[in-house]
Design a protein around this ligand. Structure first.
Ligand code: GAL
Length: 802
């Protein structure tokens, strides 16, 4: 009897909560099937499942392909295949969801994505970097199975100047809400006034009313601190009239904890919508309280203090795993950049993933969110210029609505090196784009990255629609910017475009070499004979210069708000100065596999407060050879170099230098650098000559990972001699074996012209190093075994936990 009562009560409670339960967001990435090729019958049903491959989203079919110079994408897009593909999936919608709204959300599909539900076209979006959702409700028969098909057409090439990936490469969710709910991207939080004592917070909430009947609702929003404690609350009553209604709520936060790159403190705003006593929706908006502005004389102020924007530009690919969004891979990249002292990222040249922005909020990076690489005028035959006219308003709006609540996003960029800066149409388009952004976010500055520094010739600046002028390269003209553009503020939106292959040291020249020297040649001859570029910071594209020179050009000019170095990491595609077999870029401070090049330590020594002393090159040369030895250092007033214990002299940086150097006649043994302040040793760094390789070594960034099929352990592979000294020029082929339930997600050695597959169980070391990426979805212990002929093999234990 008692049991029966409990049962009845539980059934009642379940029915009650089903009626009023709030939005449910379901991961919709599993159980898709994929066909690479065109088959329009897949729009309606699967006729022949034998040709379909089971896939888990997010998915990028390009990165799984083989490198070839025959692909229409060319080496500029990574020499990987593009094409057309279909994704299909069957799913059920529960009968208990009968009165609900059902939406499907796509974070990003590259590109030209048409979505069909049970054969009916639901929508089409061309831009591969926009996020969008479709309302499926009208086409849902509750309690029945449904068939969804997504046609992804990336066949017309070339469509981009860099690697894009192909497919549903970001996450997909199925969202269920009540008919009255917070609209899509329906909140906007801002902080109109902030000081030490208090912050005024404003929240606009848009509410979707999908019922024909009028309703009065209560909207309660609560600011919660990082521990979940209530800080401030606002409540409003509202009579819903039309389909879209909005309400404005104001809050005071006393003694606010400010969000900053050093201390990214996050609040949240929880919004509840009540009809009578029943809560029909709950929606979370992130909140970071901070202030910033640009100043004509002093650059940039953040939370009241002058601050240089120390940024890098990043493309969206994650190296060997391609365009597939992967939180652990993004987190790893951001951690490496954080350790270098980076405080800002320019997402070039398209909106990033939601995961990327969430991590920037959490880890403390300022983000310049950028929409386009072109407007109406093309950079490639099949790029977005074809769609700009019809879609720019929608895509710009969607970027701003999606991203405006992220505390990390501090400004918008509506374009990169846009061709229209050189003609009158630029004046009209910039005004229009700025108006669109300001309509949805009047609180942030809008800029665009330009190359024309002559005011009479720049039709974008002539429009006077933007206050912060972004300029790429041409660092020698920074000195005249303030005369050319009075009352404006300045940001070096791109610098350097210096080139390097990790671990390659061609003995340097006195001056920076430009490869190729000018625009007369598209590609550089293969001078080193092996598609490498020296990693002494002394080679650059002809429009750029060395990292050191471009940083110093910004460093000592207070009116330059900061810089975004091109680029943080190497990325797939754009292998300037070479063509195929080179297939990934040489621009990164960090290589494609995530291993820092030497110049990383130049930035670290300039951008952080931690003591740095970094010595290059390695110490394995020919007896008697003249070798240039460089050191990057900080927090010391001199560095002394020793060769086998004998001093090679003391060096001190001048104001116009970021490194010191010695010319040394090579002798096997060791070089050792000692940095000192007032004669007291700060740091020492020693590099020893390595003998023949005998032993493989493995080092994981994480030995324990979640068994969720997503989190990756990145394991650096190297080889050491009998004294455990790493062998800097080792190129051994290493084969991997996994014992236990896990898989190799990818392998890479960071060399820009390596044509081995990322998807193999073996890889050649490049200059002593490679990286293997492991993930899995079963809990348990996994042993990674690494072998190579003539070397002692080794193992590493990983724990996968649920
Ligand atoms: C810039 C461009 C970037 C990248 C870079 C390489 O002009 O904006 O996207 O191509 O050159 O140096």
């Amino acid at each position: 009897m008692i049991l029966k009562r409990i049962y009845l009560f539980l059934t009642f409670m379940l029915a009650f909560s089903a009626a009023f339960s709030q939005r449910v967001s379901k991961d919709f990435n599993a159980n898709w099937k994929f066909y690479l090729g065109d088959d329009s019958t897949l729009r309606y049903a699967i006729k022949d499942s034998s040709k379909l491959e089971k896939v888990q989203l997010p998915h990028d079919w390009s990165v799984k392909g083989a490198f070839s110079e025959k692909h229409s994408t060319t080496s500029q897009q990574g020499a990987l295949p593009a094409g057309l593909g279909w994704y299909v999936k069957t799913f059920n919608v529960a009968y208990t969801d009968k009165n609900k709204k059902i939406y499907i959300e796509f974070d990003g599909i590259y590109r030209n994505a048409t979505v069909y539900l049970n054969g009916k076209k639901i929508g089409f979006r061309p831009y591969g970097y926009s996020s969008y959702r479709y309302d499926l409700t009208q086409n849902i028969v509750f309690g029945k199975a449904h068939y969804i098909a997504v046609k992804v057409d990336n066949s017309e090439q070339p469509s981009s100047r860099w690697y894009t990936g192909s497919g549903i490469y970001r996450n997909v969710r199925l969202i269920t809400t009540n008919p009255i709910a917070v609209a899509h991207w329906g909140t906007f939080v801002s902080t109109p006034k902030v000081d030490e004592k208090l912050a005024n917070v404003n929240l606009e909430v848009s509410i979707q009313n999908s019922q024909s009947t009028l309703q009065s609702v209560k909207v309660i929003s609560t600011i919660l601190d990082a521990k979940g404690k209530t800080i401030s609350k606002a409540s409003s009553n509202l009579n819903l009239k039309d389909s879209l209604n909005s309400v404005n709520q104001n809050f005071v936060v006393k003694n606010p904890k400010l969000w900053s790159p050093e201390n990214p403190y996050l609040y949240q705003v929880k919004t509840q919508i009540l009809v009578g006593k029943n809560q029909v929706d709950e929606y979370i908006t992130p909140l970071g309280i901070r202030t910033f502005y640009f100043d004509t004389a002093k650059g940039f102020f953040f939370n009241g203090k002058a601050m240089k924007i120390l940024g890098v530009c990043m493309h969206h690919d994650l190296g060997a795993i391609g365009a597939v969004v992967n939180e652990s891979a993004i987190r790893r990249q951001l951690k490496i950049l954080k350790d270098m002292g980076t405080n800002a990222i320019r997402v070039s040249h398209n909106p990033p993933s939601a995961e990327f922005l969430n991590l920037c909020d959490e880890m403390g990076f300022l983000v310049m969110d950028e929409s386009f690489d072109m407007w109406r005028k093309r950079k490639n035959k099949f790029d977005y210029h074809l769609e700009f006219e019809e879609w720019h308003e929608r895509d710009t709006r969607d970027m701003v609505l999606r991203d405006r609540n992220h505390p990390s996003v501090f400004m918008w960029s509506v374009g990169n090196e846009i061709r229209e800066q050189f003609d009158q149409s630029g004046t009209k388009i910039i005004k229009e784009l700025v108006d669109i952004v300001k309509k949805y976010d009047p609180t942030r500055e809008v800029t665009t990255a330009m190359t024309e520094l002559e005011p009479k010739k720049n039709f974008i600046t002539k429009a006077d629609a933007i206050n912060v002028l972004g300029f790429n390269y041409k660092h020698k003209l920074y000195a005249t910017l303030r005369d050319s553009f009075p009352n404006k503020t300045f940001l070096a939106t791109e610098t350097a475009s210096a080139l390097a292959t990790r671990g390659v040291y061609i003995q340097p020249q006195d001056t920076v070499q430009l490869w190729p020297a000018n625009s007369r040649n598209k590609y550089m001859e293969n001078l080193n004979g092996d598609w490498t570029v020296s990693a002494y910071d002394n080679v650059a594209a002809y429009w750029g210069t060395s990292h050191e020179e471009s940083w110093l050009a910004v460093k000592n000019k207070p009116y330059m708000a900061g810089l975004f170095v091109w680029s943080g990491f190497d990325y797939l595609g754009e292998p300037h100065p070479f063509n195929y077999p080179a297939r990934s870029s040489y621009y990164g401070i960090i290589d494609l596999a995530g291993i820092p090049k030497d110049v990383y330590y130049m930035y670290q020594s300039e951008w952080t407060n931690k003591p740095v002393l970094h010595l290059l090159p390695h110490w394995n040369w020919k007896e008697g050879q003249k070798v240039e030895v460089w050191a990057y250092y900080n927090q010391a007033d001199e560095v002394e170099l020793y060769l086998n214990g004998i001093s090679q002299g003391i060096r001190r940086k001048t104001e116009n230098e970021a490194h010191v150097s010695w010319s040394v006649i090579y002798k096997a043994g060791s070089i050792k650098a000692v940095s000192r302040t007032n004669g007291k040793v700060v740091l020492t760094e020693e590099i020893k000559t390595a003998k023949a390789a005998v032993q493989i070594t493995l080092k994981a960034d994480k030995e324990t990972i979640r068994a969720d099929g997503k989190e990756i352990s990145f394991i650096t592979v190297s080889v050491a001699d009998e004294d455990r000294i790493l062998v800097p020029d080792a190129m051994n082929n290493i084969t991997f074996e996994l014992v236990g339930d896990a898989e190799i997600s990818a392998v890479d050695n960071g060399f820009q012209a390596n044509l081995q597959s990322f998807q193999a169980n073996h890889i050649n070391l490049f200059n002593g190093k490679a990286v293997i990426m492991i993930k899995g979805d079963e809990a348990g212990e996994v042993i990674l075994k690494a072998c190579s002929p003539g070397l002692n093999s080794t193992t590493l234990k990983l724990n996968l936990t649920k």
